[in-house]
Design a protein around this ligand. Structure first.
Ligand SMILES: O=C(O)c1ccccc1NCC(=O)[C@H](O)[C@H](O)COP(=O)(O)O
Length: 209
């Protein structure tokens, strides 16, 4: 199971040192985690993901090239055509869908061939980083075989539920766990001890299987 730590602003080097698979950097000026400046050099073993909300392709590509991003995460109402244009440039695309109490999975169809991963997050007041979970049972109706990131309100407090979920049939295509605000001492500053403890629980469970 892969791990993505999102919303890096103040201590990305410390986070990289614990070797998550992905680190997410937010390029959305209404977020308190919006990254201003340049990402410091981190190990190549960690993939850098740029997170955008309804940004233009020009803006996205500018950030990809400035920061050497390997992936983009599209967190707004980006159309499939935009995903396709980015994907055609050999940049991996994660398309995000917010889930409330229910979800119409037919909206995934136009994205099936134009993105690499889905990310299911809690639909809330903000486009992301809302800090609470959605009902993961909704994923029982997941109709696709595309790998997805499970996101929204995941923290050390609910690690047992996450581990239980991973044994459920709907977790078959769950590829990664995405964490963010539940691991912060302030928006954008990650709590390294908590991240280490969480990563250990996930890694231990995976090696026990
Ligand atoms: O975190 C933000 O501030 C944010 C703002 C706008 C778009 C996306 C954002 N975060 C993206 C993520 O991938 C978060 O990890 C995801 O929303 C889950 O966050 P949380 O509920 O805090 O775990």
């Amino acid at each position: 199971m892969k791990l993505k730590v999102c919303g890096m602003k103040y201590n990305p080097k410390e986070v990289a040192a614990i070797a998550p698979d992905y680190m997410g950097f937010i390029f959305y000026d209404k977020s308190p985690r919006n990254l201003v400046g340049v990402i410091p050099t981190i190990t190549r073993k960690v993939s850098k993901v740029g997170v955008f909300v309804n940004a233009s392709i020009e803006e996205i590509l500018k950030k990809v090239s400035l920061h050497g991003l390997q992936m983009v995460q599209l967190h707004g109402q980006e159309p499939p055509e935009l995903c396709e244009r980015i994907s055609n440039l050999n940049i991996k695309v994660i398309k995000v869908f917010g889930i409330a109490d229910s979800f119409d999975f037919s909206v995934l169809k136009p994205y099936e061939d134009v993105c690499d991963y889905y990310l299911f997050d809690t639909k809330g007041k903000n486009p992301g980083g809302n800090g609470y979970t959605f009902d993961w049972e909704v994923l029982e109706n997941y109709p696709s075989t595309k790998p997805y990131f499970l996101s929204g309100g995941i923290g050390l407090e609910n690690i047992d539920e996450v581990l239980t979920f991973l044994y459920r049939p709907e977790a078959k295509y769950c590829y990664a766990i995405d964490v963010n605000s539940r691991f912060e001492t302030k928006p954008g500053k990650k709590d390294i001890e908590k991240l280490i403890a969480f990563k250990k629980r996930i890694d231990d469970e995976v090696s026990r299987r």
